[in-house]
Design a protein around this ligand. Structure first.
Ligand code: ADP
Ligand code: MG
Length: 249
């Protein structure tokens, strides 16, 4: 089992959209995938049509032996979800002194090939738990002028965790999202990000595509909602790149 955390303390950069659609394509490729909704806002949970679950990640963290009963299957074969419930909003306080809570839970979920964790937009205790438990991180960056702003803080936190809580933590890659190829700005941002991060940046770039923003209101990942869209093609390619990198860690 490999655990991939989708992290960026900025909100609205495409973490959840990437988590859902990447998870769906990885599952479509034959992997047993669990998506873990670690954001109290629960966007991954509602995007898969599973809001309203009685038990979820919070309860599973409290009692990992009960994890199986907190997991929901989705309308995608091979893709399960550990949903966010409203209780998760209070978990930050409890997890502040317990960075290994998620790691203990993952020890009970070994039936999956891949666990994708959709992190909240902060560097607080929930995200620290993700960093402490993950094998590798995927960092979505919105292709806009301020894309790199705030990343220094994330990288410092990653290095601190690598030096203590989780020495095996790797950065799997950086993915550019919401790319609008019609603008010079987006292309300049891509050049800048590739100069800064080199080979860490995935070749697959996710275009701005209205189908990607519509899919959650139909409770479907993009492969089921609009398989011929540019967004679907991009996430399919990204899933292939992610798999080839995951096989090397
Ligand atoms: P985060 O989880 O980082 O806060 P989201 O994935 O929720 O970001 O994306 C923020 C908003 O942008 C959402 O409304 C989402 O539907 C939209 N969005 C994300 N990626 C794209 C894209 N490639 N094209 C169009 N809209 C997108
Ligand atoms: Mg999100």
């Amino acid at each position: 089992m490999k655990v991939l955390g989708l992290v960026n303390q900025k909100g609205g950069v495409g973490k959840t959209t990437t988590a859902i659609n990447l998870a769906a394509y990885l599952a479509a490729g034959g992997r047993r995938v669990l998506l873990l909704d670690m954001d109290p806002q629960g966007n991954a949970t509602s995007g898969l049509g599973l809001r309203g679950a009685e038990v979820g990640l919070y309860e599973a963290l409290e009692d990992p032996a009960r994890a199986a009963e907190c997991i929901r299957s989705t309308n995608q074969s091979g893709l399960d979800l550990l949903p966010a419930t409203p209780d998760l909003a209070g978990a930050g306080v409890e997890l502040a002194d317990d960075p290994d809570a998620l790691g203990r839970l993952l020890g009970h979920l070994t039936q999956y090939d891949l666990v994708l964790v959709d992190a909240p937009p902060s560097l607080g205790p929930l995200t620290v738990n993700v960093l402490a438990a993950a094998d590798a991180l995927l960092i979505p960056l919105q292709a806009e002028y301020y894309a790199l702003e705030g990343l220094a803080g994330l990288m410092e936190t990653v290095e601190r965790v690598q030096g203590g809580l989780n020495p095996r933590l790797k950065v799997l890659g950086v993915v550019l999202t919401m790319f609008d190829g019609r603008t010079n700005l987006a292309q300049e941002v891509e050049t800048m990000v590739r100069q800064h991060f080199g080979d860490l940046v995935f070749w697959s770039v996710i275009p701005r595509n209205v189908r990607l923003s519509e899919a959650p209101s139909f409770s479907k990942p993009i492969n089921a909602f609009a398989p011929l869209s540019s967004g679907a093609a991009a996430y399919k390619r990204l899933a292939e790149e992610v798999m080839s990198r995951v096989e090397k860690i």
